[in-house]
Design a protein around this ligand. Structure first.
Ligand code: ZN
Length: 413
């Protein structure tokens, strides 16, 4: 599927020293340093296109964009792949509710999403892959899983025995009871009769009335949610043959930790024989004015709507990174107002003829980001530099800092 236009990334002088990036890995429950590599592989789960980009999505994609930018600025290359879950229950349900064709709904929302990503200055993935276009790859992956691990049918629907993966559960750290409860809440079917284990994952669903179906060796139907990402990630990302992991980073919002990332990882491991990701990185949830933001509450804030109302996308981006990515955090008018003020301050300081020394603040920004993306530390350093400049400090080079904050933070002034 067409991605969105490439983002210009200004070069950073090679004289800056980049410490290795340290990130919190959900699987090990600790902050780990990524090894030094020339090429990193990153897979970030994409949207289900029944709604455009809300602030929770924007926060997630901005976070992985920061990782992408940091690794590139440090001199490495990043293979970045993202999917679009354009075959899934919520999409079909919304299309039915609104009496529209599901693929028309998906197409319109994907177009909005692309525009939002451009506005937010997100580097596009190398491959942006819809499930519809990946059906042959998914069928092939299911065949590989069937050769390597136990699968079985329940009324013509095909299931994967998740416990064939000895690491099942070790990425998400939940009790069996918690897994079953969350699985039921997030689209799973733990109580379906005929399943050998309540947590077994659906690989292929036999075609239902009113739903699309594709021919396969397992009958006409459609893939389950988790196999979609396993197949797309394993097919489109280059794989590091020397590594004990298939890819470096599996990313998404923390609501994907279970079941989605646990099950995708177990299936990917069945395909390759190796642990799927070196690091499972998850972003916190965004609330609104003290409440959880959710479609059921009807209080989702959409990026496209905010931009149409005249809010600067750079202010939205700055506001989203003003607090730590892994924390559940609140979006309020004051968070946005503070970002608007800081953006203005940076712009005024950078336009001065003489500015405070810039090498130190760039090193501080790099250092903060390397420390599990401490964006508030990076922005504090930037704000302090602005104050010094506005107080008359001299000796820096505005262009150098302007390029660095564009390259590293994705903030283009
Ligand atoms: Zn996914």
């Amino acid at each position: 599927m067409k991605s969105w236009p490439q983002v210009y990334i200004p070069p950073i002088e090679s004289s800056f020293d980049f410490p290795q990036l340290r990130l919190y890995n959900t699987a090990s429950q600790s902050i780990e340093e990524l090894p030094r590599k020339n090429l990193y592989q990153m897979y970030v789960c994409g949207i289900t296109p029944y709604d455009a980009t809300h602030l929770g999505h924007a926060a997630t994609y901005t976070t992985f964009d920061l990782i992408n930018r940091f690794l590139r600025a440090s001199g490495a290359r990043v293979d970045f792949v993202q999917n679009i879950t354009d075959i899934d229950d919520p999409l079909f349900e919304r299309a039915k509710r609104d009496n529209v064709d599901w693929s028309d709904l998906a197409t319109s929302q994907i177009e909005l999403f692309r525009g939002d990503m451009v506005d937010l200055h997100i580097i596009p993935p190398k491959d942006y892959i819809g499930v519809v276009e990946a059906i042959p790859i998914i069928i092939d992956s299911i065949s590989k899983i069937r050769e390597a691990a136990p699968t079985y049918s329940v009324e013509s629907d095909l299931y994967f025995d998740v416990h064939s993966d000895s690491n099942f559960g070790k990425r998400s750290h939940l009790s069996k009871e918690e897994m079953i409860e969350i699985f039921a809440e997030r689209g799973g079917d733990p109580s379906r009769e005929g399943k050998r284990n309540p947590l077994d994952a659906l690989l292929w669903l036999h075609q239902r009335d009113g739903e699309p179906g594709w021919e396969s060796p397992y009958g006409k139907g459609r893939p389950g949610w988790h196999i979609e990402c396993s197949a797309i990630a394993m097919h489109y990302l280059s794989r590091d043959t020397d590594s004990q992991f298939s890819i470096d980073i599996q990313g998404g919002g923390k609501d994907l930790i279970f079941p989605h990332h646990e099950m995708s990882a177990a299936q990917s491991k069945a395909i390759s024989g190796k642990e799927f990701a070196r690091s499972y990185v998850h972003t916190g949830m965004i609330g609104l004015d003290g409440e959880k933001m959710s479609k059921s509450k009807g209080n989702l804030l959409f990026v496209s709507k905010m931009v149409n109302e005249g809010i600067s996308p750079m202010a939205i981006r700055l506001a989203l990174i003003s607090q730590h990515y892994s924390a559940d955090r609140m979006w309020t008018q004051s968070v946005l107002d503070d970002a608007v003020v800081l953006l203005e301050k940076i712009s005024i300081a950078l336009s001065r003829e003489e500015v405070a020394p810039t090498k130190t603040v760039i090193n501080e920004i790099i250092g903060a980001l390397s420390n599990n993306l401490d964006t508030s530390g990076a922005l504090d350093a930037l704000s302090t530099w602005c104050d010094k400049t506005l107080e008359g400090s001299v000796g820096g080079e505005a262009g150098e800092l302007s390029r660095a904050i564009d390259s590293l933070l994705g903030i283009a002034i």
